[in-house]
Design a protein around this ligand. Structure first.
Ligand code: FE2
Length: 342
């Protein structure tokens, strides 16, 4: 069957509303007798998602409808819609946001040996309400042309030699919040505050896009930055000699800050069976397509990463903090605000 005809993308709140009321007007659900004809996904992870869903539909015949937004927006929408949500599955680009959705009662546990067999314990909720799909590392990026000795820890990014040479993502972004939540979890709030203060003292240029941060290094607007590894993977795919060097932080300590793309079946999923099927597919047959689509490391450690990021070498990462990022989020937000991190 032609895949494009079964893949419907709703981009805005307006079009989503139209879609939902359209269903209501028909007076019925989009379920077949076995409840597996359609699955509706809210996703905060955007890159390459069409390819992944098209492959799932081609293999299973289950239609995927999806809507995109930021993780917090989609979580708020899910909460507002309550029992009337059309969403069966929610996907996030950040561990804190999926954990906060679980805490708000918006998710439903799934008992599945496929899920628990594929995903390491540290990368899924203790109560099976959510599961990681892929791993993303927030790392140190430096100019290959102007920096000969990159920092090797998050604290060293605050060294005075980087004053006026540092680019960071603003405090409003989940990636920044989760990085700081991870630091609080590993070194405590006081030491984390000292680290964040040292970054702020370096008078960073705040840029709300990791791609733009890496391009700012290329352009000479900064020499050192923190960014997710896959943004460099993507740029290297387009420009193999892109002049930015990746350094895995904290390799003699707990390892690089690890965040995840994650997914969960919603508490009020109209098509629960199809949602479980999609979730199981994402951690098994679809695991490599999903991860490779965004240059991420598969959450299942037995699945090989793509060629470009395999070239980044092996690394140690802070798996132990992943489940704590949601619980530590509010503290991280407060700390960033008190440190006057913009
Ligand atoms: Fe991202």
């Amino acid at each position: 069957m032609p895949q494009n005809s079964v893949l419907k993308k709703t981009l805005t709140a307006l079009s989503l509303t139209a879609f939902v009321s359209g269903l209501a007007a028909c007076g019925g659900s989009n379920n077949t007798a076995d409840g597996t004809s359609t699955v509706t996904v809210y996703t905060g992870r955007h890159y390459g998602i069409e390819t992944v869903f098209e492959e799932f539909t081609a293999e299973t015949g289950i239609e995927v409808r999806f809507t995109t937004g930021s993780d917090p927006e989609l979580r708020e929408r899910l909460a507002a819609e309550g029992a009337n949500t059309p969403a069966d599955l929610v996907m996030t680009a950040d561990a804190a946001n999926i954990a906060l959705a679980a805490e708000a009662g918006l998710l439903s546990p799934v008992d599945s040996e496929i899920l628990t067999g594929a995903i390491p314990e540290a990368l899924r909720a203790a109560d099976n309400t959510w599961f990681s799909l892929s791993r993303r590392l927030r790392v140190i990026m430096t100019s290959s042309e102007r920096v000969t000795t990159p920092p090797t820890t998050y604290a060293e990014v605050g060294d005075p030699q980087w004053k006026g040479r540092l680019c960071l993502r603003p405090s409003t972004h989940p990636y920044t919040q989760s990085l700081v939540a991870g630091l609080i979890n590993t070194v405590g709030a006081d030491t984390t505050r000292t680290i964040v203060d040292s970054w702020v003292a370096n008078d960073p240029l705040y840029i709300n896009s990791d791609t733009d941060i890496l391009k700012a290094i290329q352009a000479g607007d900064c020499d050192v930055a923190l960014a997710n590894h896959y943004y460099l993977g993507r740029l290297l795919g387009e420009t193999p000699n892109f002049p930015v060097t990746i350094t895995w932080p904290e390799q003699s300590g707990v390892g690089a800050h690890l965040n995840v793309s994650a997914a969960a079946v919603t508490a009020n999923a109209p098509n629960r069976a199809a949602a479980v099927k999609l979730l199981e597919w994402l951690v098994s047959k679809g695991q490599k397509t999903f991860s490779d689509a965004n240059n991420e490391y598969p959450a299942d450690p037995t699945v090989e990463p793509g060629e470009i990021i395999a070239g980044f070498g092996t690394f140690k990462s802070d798996e132990a903090s992943v489940r704590e990022l949601g619980r530590r989020n509010a503290e991280a937000v407060t700390l960033l605000s008190e440190a006057k991190y913009e």
